[in-house]
Design a protein around this ligand. Structure first.
Ligand code: ASP
Ligand code: MG
Length: 420
C-alpha cells in the first residue's frame, strides 16, 4: 500500500485536477491512500476570512467566502457531468457549515475559529477529487479524516493522539481497502474528542501523509510537487542549484529544520521510525526520477543552501554586567514561550545574547518590550540568514560577497551566517 500526497498547486485548476487524476489512474491495480491539500491558495484566502470574521466584518467575510464557493463550484462543474448533482450536494454541506458559523459572532478564541473555518479547504478539495475520480470510473472512496486523526485541542498546532488514531486507522482503513483501490482523505486537519476540527500547522499535509504511512506500515510515501526533484538550493535565487536524487532522512530533517521549503519538518520522524522511503516527484512530469529520501547515507552531497530573508537580529545585553547564562537567560526563554516565538539561531557571550528570528512585527515588538525589563535590547531588521550544509570556503565567499556578517556559527557540516 502506498501513500500519495498532492499539494495545492497540483489541483489549482480543472486542468491540474485532470492531470492529478491521470497520475492516479496510471497506478491502476495498486492500493493507494491519497492525502490532499486545499486548492491553490485557498488556505490563505480562508485565513483572511477568519480575520474578517474575528473583526466582526460579517458581510466582508461572507462575500469573500462566496468567491471561494464559486471557485470550487466552477472547477467541480468542469470535472463532473453525471455526478455533478451528488458532488455539489456534498460541497454545499461544507459551505453551509461555514456560512452558519460566519453568521454568528465570535465568542471563543481566534485559534478555535481559525481551525473550524480553515479546515473546509481540504474537505472541499478532497471531495472534488473524489467525484472526479468517480466520474473516471476509478474505484475510490472518500473519508473525513476528522473521524480518524484525533488530536488535542491546541488549535492551529494540534498534537496527535497516536494511540487513538492508530486504533481508528486499523479498524477503518483495511475494510475500506477490501472494497476500494483508492481512499481519498484530507491532509492538515484532525479533530478533538469533542468533535471540534483542528489543524496541524501550515503546510501540515505532508505530516498527515507521514502519520498514515507510519500507522499503516505503508511501502512508501510520494509527495507530488511542482518541482522536478529536491534541489540543492532555490533555483530562483541560485541559478547554480542542482538536482539531488537521493538524500538521507537525517539530511532532510536538518534541511527542513533550517528552513528549506522542501518538506514539512515533522514529516520525517514518522517515516524514519518505520523505515518508509519518501519520494518527491513532479506532478508535471510523473516519469522523471525525482528524489528518494531513505535511511541510506549519501556521500559527496553538493553544498545545500537555505536562504531565509526578512530576519531580525536582537541583541539582549545584560544591564548590570551580570553573566547572561544565569537566571536572565532562563527568563528570556520563558518570554519566548509566552510570545510564541523561537529563535532560528542564537549565540551568547559573557554578558549578551544574540538571537535571530523571522520578522513577525507584533511578536518582535512584544518580545522587545518584555525583555527590556531585564536587558538592554537592540533590534536590527531586514537581514538574511544563510545556512549552508556541506560548505566550503569557495561557496561561502561567493554567497556572502560584499555583505556584512553580523553573526556566524559553524559545525563541521553546517555554517550559518546572519548578514546585512
Ligand atoms: N492547505 C494547508 C496549507 O496551505 C496545508 C498544506 O497545504 O499542507 O498550509
Ligand atoms: Mg501546500
Amino acid at each position: 500500500m502506498k501513500i500519495f500526497k498532492f499539494g495545492g498547486a497540483s489541483i489549482n485548476s480543472a486542468e491540474r485536477f485532470i492531470n492529478t487524476g491521470n497520475i492516479i489512474e496510471s497506478y491502476k491495480g495498486e492500493k493507494i491512500l491519497i492525502v490532499i491539500s486545499a486548492l491553490g491558495k485557498t488556505t490563505n484566502a480562508l485565513e483572511e476570512i477568519v480575520q474578517m470574521f474575528f473583526k466582526r466584518e460579517k458581510e466582508n467575510a461572507l462575500s469573500h467566502f462566496n468567491k471561494l464557493k464559486e471557485y470550487h463550484t466552477e472547477i467541480l462543474r468542469r470535472l463532473t457531468e453525471d455526478s455533478f448533482k451528488d458532488a455539489i450536494n456534498q460541497l454545499n454541506e461544507f459551505f453551509t457549515e461555514i456560512e452558519w458559523l460566519l453568521n454568528d459572532n465570535p465568542v471563543r478564541n481566534y485559534d478555535y475559529y481559525y481551525d473550524q473555518i480553515v479546515c473546509c479547504g481540504e474537505l472541499m478539495s478532497s471531495s472534488i477529487l473524489f467525484h472526479h475520480l468517480n466520474e473516471k470510473k476509478i474505484n475510490c472512496t472518500w473519508m473525513d479524516v476528522r473521524d480518524i486523526i484525533r488530536t488535542d485541542n491546541n488549535f492551529r498546532d494540534a498534537s496527535i493522539d497516536w494511540n487513538f488514531t492508530e486504533n481508528r486507522i486499523k479498524e477503518s482503513i483495511s475494510p475500506l481497502f477490501n472494497h476500494h483501490d483508492i481512499i481519498i482523505t484530507q491532509g492538515f486537519i484532525g479533530s478533538t474528542d469533542e468533535n471540534e476540527s483542528t489543524t496541524l500547522g501550515r503546510e501540515g499535509s505532508d505530516y498527515s501523509a507521514a502519520i498514515f504511512a507510519n500507522l499503516l506500515d505503508a511501502d512508501s510515501v510520494t509527495i507530488w510537487k511542482d518541482v522536478d526533484a529536491v534541489m540543492s538550493a532555490d533555483p530562483k535565487k541560485y541559478p547554480d542549484a542542482s538536482i539531488i536524487h537521493a538524500l538521507s532522512y537525517s539530511e532532510v530533517i536538518e534541511m527542513a529544520y533550517y528552513g528549506a521549503q522542501v518538506i514539512h519538518p515533522k514529516t520525517i520522524k514518522p517515516l524514519q521510525n518505520k523505515n518508509i522511503p519518501l519520494l518527491v516527484k513532479s506532478f508535471l512530469n510523473k516519469d522523471l526520477e525525482g528524489t528518494i529520501i531513505s535511511k541510506n547515507t549519501i556521500k559527496n552531497l553538493p553544498p545545500i543552501i537555505v536562504h531565509k530573508g526578512n530576519q531580525v537580529l536582537i541583541k539582549f545585553k545584560s544591564k548590570d554586567f551580570s553573566f547572561v547564562e544565569d537566571r536572565p537567560v532562563q527568563q528570556l526563554h520563558e518570554t519566548f514561550n509566552q510570545v510564541k516565538i523561537k529563535p532560528n539561531l542564537s549565540q551568547h557571550t559573557a554578558i549578551s545574547l544574540l538571537c535571530c528570528f523571522d520578522d513577525h512585527p507584533e511578536k518582535i515588538n512584544q518580545l522587545a518590550s518584555l525583555a527590556e525589563n531585564i536587558f538592554n535590547v537592540e533590534v536590527e531588521k531586514n537581514l538574511t540568514l544563510l545556512t549552508i550544509r556541506h560548505y566550503n570556503k569557495e561557496v561561502v565567499d561567493k554567497l556572502t560577497g560584499e555583505a556584512i556578517i553580523l553573526l556566524e556559527q559553524k559545525t563541521t557540516e553546517t555554517i550559518q551566517l546572519v548578514m546585512r
